[in-house]
Design a protein around this ligand. Structure first.
Ligand SMILES: [Zn+2]
Length: 425
């Protein structure tokens, strides 16, 4: 009798063991093939690179990672002159990314990070709350990102634990002596990138934040300059290293990785040294992503930094608690979308609401609250004003029966919600 995989002569008990091992292996392979790929996310903030500077530097990562469709101009700063106007300052921008809200909610007004409102949770908190076995990682040239914004070990964040990190090296003046040219910051960027790359290759955290600072230092020091351009070229190489770690993971493991690279603000248009204001160049940023199912909102409109958090949450299939869902200022850049770009005005006791519909078939529920208890950890009671065909893209209501100087309006479609405040003087 010829021996084959399917016909094995059993001579002794040891052979029986081998057969069992073989069957177990086949079953394991079949089981693994039937499992969906594990989803993982890395986002990178490279500080203070205006969109025009990135483009003039002719770096390779926007095209290499973003292909044709995955590179867009974006914005920071909230609504100019509106209630959500947000300073174009570093930590303010990072926290808009982390929480998906503008400064009127997350309350980080500058780099002092005095009183973040932790009632607006970061994406790290949402990931951990959804599944405490998920691993999160922060690699950063600035310690405060982990200790204050993510808020590791703070009671206000439920003592969130960051599973992997490398940061605080700016305080290590032995190994990174502070030189006048800020080269030590470049060296720290290199180190945290190395650590992020190694961690991704070996541990594959579910959510990783890499923060790089040197570009902003060169911007402050030299403005629009060859030095700044050179700093952007360093970012190109650093991003390239993370990208190759992702390729490695995707080839060797059953994993699907989303990467998003962005900046926290542009710079002034006179010298390029400053930022913080609301000029077009300070507000104009960019986003690069390898995301596959980018939606029409991404393609046809200008995305904002607050859109990144809901995009990550959707990619990771995280169910955001409804109360918080109603507070998020951004919309997902991938997958189905119902509504975006809401505009709400009150005139003569009439509420005038407009929106952009991406799902003409469905309906939009219009909710109203006159309280803002969420801000202090409480609950807002929403009243359903109406449910209207989404394609209508506008609605008006008399509000004399809801006397208030504050209105919170939520538009709820089947795929997402958007919200606006009205503050009457
Ligand atoms: Zn910055």
């Amino acid at each position: 009798m010829p021996e084959s995989l399917f016909l094995i002569k059993i001579h002794q008990p040891a052979d029986m063991k081998n057969i069992v091992t073989l069957i177990t292996m086949v079953l394991l392979v079949l089981h693994a093939a039937a499992q969906p790929k594990k989803k993982k996310v890395v986002f990178i903030i490279a500080d203070g690179i205006p969109a025009d500077v990135l483009e003039k530097a002719k770096v390779s990562f926007p095209r290499q990672i973003g292909r044709e469709e995955g590179y867009k101009h974006a914005y920071v700063g909230g609504e100019r002159s509106g209630y959500s106007q947000t300073p174009t300052i570093s930590a303010v921008g990072y926290n808009s990314l982390l929480t998906g809200t503008w400064v009127n909610k997350h309350n980080v007004w500058d780099n002092d990070i005095k009183e973040p409102n932790y009632h607006y949770p970061t994406i790290f908190q949402l990931v951990k709350k959804a599944d405490s076995s998920k691993k999160i990682a922060v690699f950063s040239t600035w310690l405060d990102n982990r200790t204050k914004l993510v808020g590791e070990s703070l009671p206000q964040t439920g003592n969130i634990k960051v599973d992997y990190h490398a940061d605080g090296l700016e305080l290590d003046t032995m190994n990174y002596p502070h030189d006048n040219a800020s080269l030590y910051i470049h060296n720290i960027d290199e180190k945290v990138t190395d650590e992020a790359e190694k961690c991704i290759r070996e541990q594959a955290p579910d959510l990783t934040w890499l923060y790089l600072e040197y570009t902003d230092d060169m911007g402050h020091r030299f403005g629009d300059s060859p030095e700044q351009k050179e700093a952007v070229k360093y970012v190109d190489k650093q991003v390239g290293r993370i990208w190759s770690a992702l390729q490695y993971r995707q080839q060797q493991f059953k994993e699907d990785w989303l990467i998003i690279i962005t900046t926290d603000h542009g710079r002034d248009s006179i010298s390029g040294k400053g930022h913080g204001g609301q000029s077009e160049r300070e507000r104009t940023t960019w986003i690069v992503t390898n995301a596959k199912d980018l939606n029409h909102y991404w393609r046809d409109y200008t995305p904002a930094i607050v859109d990144i958090m809901p995009t990550i949450a959707r990619f990771l299939d995280i169910k955001i608690p409804r109360d918080y869902q109603l507070e998020i200022d951004g919309v997902p850049l991938i997958g189905k979308l119902s509504v975006a770009n809401p505009v709400v005005k009150v005139e003569n006791s009439k509420l005038d609401i407009r929106w952009k519909s991406f799902d003409k078939e469905g309906t939009v529920k219009i909710w109203l609250a006159t309280t803002n208890n969420f801000k202090t950890g409480g609950k807002d009671e929403y009243k359903l004003l109406a449910e209207v065909p989404a394609g209508q893209q506008s609605a008006a209501f008399g509000i004399s029966s809801y006397p208030s100087s504050f209105y919170k309006i939520v538009l709820e479609g089947s795929s997402n919600t958007v919200n606006r405040w009205v503050i009457l003087k």
